[in-house]
Structure formats: structure tokens, C-alpha cells
Write a protein that binds this ligand. Sequence first.
Ligand code: URA
Length: 276
Amino acid sequence: MSQPRLHPIDVIRFYAENGVDIALDEIAPNRLAEPAKIIEGHKFEVPKREASKPFGAPPASSRPVAAQRNIAPPAAPETAIRDAGQLAANAKTLDELRAAVESFDGCALKTTAMRTVFADGNSQARIMFVGEGPGAEEDREGLPFVGRSGKLLDRMIGAIGLDRTSAYIANIIPWRPPGNRTPTPQESAICLPFIKRQIELANPDILVCLGGPSATTLLELREGITRTRGRWFEYDTGQRKIKAVALFHPAYLLRSPAHKKLAWQDLLSIKKALNG
Ligand code: URA
């Protein structure tokens, strides 16, 4: 029985919808460039590959940061965690920290990401929002929360009188996990010293963890977001204790709009804490 033939576009759409939206090789293999094959008596001539311009190579600016800088393979996780801790501790300002994160090659996620996504908004703000990690749009622009969930986040904080001039926004992970998969515990552990130092240097009065992974990582909570959202915790920046709260992630609210009501209650609680 013959199999139905799929159009290549449908195959690509299927992959993209299921999270396979990047090619892991730096250069897409060009099967046509393989040695000429004899098929049913016909000899197919294939074009020769120019040494200086490989087939399928995207322009340098659209290649992953690692490929642009010939980054060596990441070190062992314990070494990477130790190096991240040292780099983070040595950074005395947020600019130095950004440079340290950009120079760090210990997290494999950097090898597939296009950009390092460090922060957006006002680092002097009294409130800091921390999400999980960049998505495709954020990876393209190099800024957190600029895609669909970012637009919703803007509306959510707008509802309590905030915007990106009065809020500081970052992520646990500064590089997009391929296909938007959840970062592994190892990847989170490697990046943790950076976000902790970022919170310490920004020194907000209020920390808002966006979504379960951010809350469990930063607030060391064991319960899920549906139980922890809206509850106030203490977060020790290393310099002082500040108020911290978990809020539903905007991406979750896009999928489950019925929970916007609960998020609204939590936003009002955040507004009260800011004014209190
Ligand atoms: N989701 C996040 O957690 N962070 C972003 O920057 C975008 C989407």
C-alpha cells in the first residue's frame, strides 16, 4: 500500500507546531552536494560547493551567537556552575554583569540561541519581574517578553500603572531553549548565579516570579504555581530581604484565560504592596 505523500511545507509546519523550529547544525546539509549519483542510468551533475560560501549557510548575523564566535563546547556542569558564580560575583554593576553573561560559554543553550537576552525596562525600578527564558521573538530581538506573552505582560502591568519605565524585566535563563522546551535543571543551575546577582544589583523592593519554574527556582518552593501564586514570601538578595510573590505566567494565561481573574487579584495585591 502506498503512503500518502506529504508536501514539504506541511512537514515543516508539523515540526514547527511540535516545537522543532531550529536546525541544530550550524550549516544545513546540502544533500545535492554529495557526490554525483547514478540513478537508473542517468548521471546527475551537482553544483560544486564554493569553499568560501557553503551551501545553506545563513548570513552571519542570523546564526547562533556560538557559531558567530566559534565558541568551544561547554565545560562540565560543576565547572560551569562554579565559573558562573565567580563571574557573577565579580560583576560590580549590571553592565558588568551583562558583559559577563555575554562572555560566558558554560551553558549549552548559548550554542543554539541567536541572542543573549539579559533584561529590559528600568533597572532602578522598585519592582522586578523574572520569567523563565526567552522565546523565539525574544531570541530574535534580544529583549525579554516582547512576543505574545510579553504583550499580555505589558497589559497586565499597565493595569496597575506600570510600564517598562517603571519595571525591570529579566529571565532565569538568558538563552532560548531550542523549540521553547523547558530548561533542564542543569541549565537552570548553571544560569542561577547570574539572575541572583542581577536581582542583587538591581535591588528592587518587590520581586515578581512569572510562572512556576521562576517561582520554584528563585523562591525554592515545592508546591506548584496554582498553590503559590498570590502568596507573599521573603527573598534574600544577599544584601537585604525583600518581598516576593509568584504570578501566573502570561503564556499560561493566554492558554487558560479563565485564570486571568486570579491574576488580576494578584496584580492588585502587588499594587497595594508597591504603594504600602
Ligand atoms: N517567556 C518568558 O518566560 N520569558 C520571556 O522573555 C518570554 C516568554
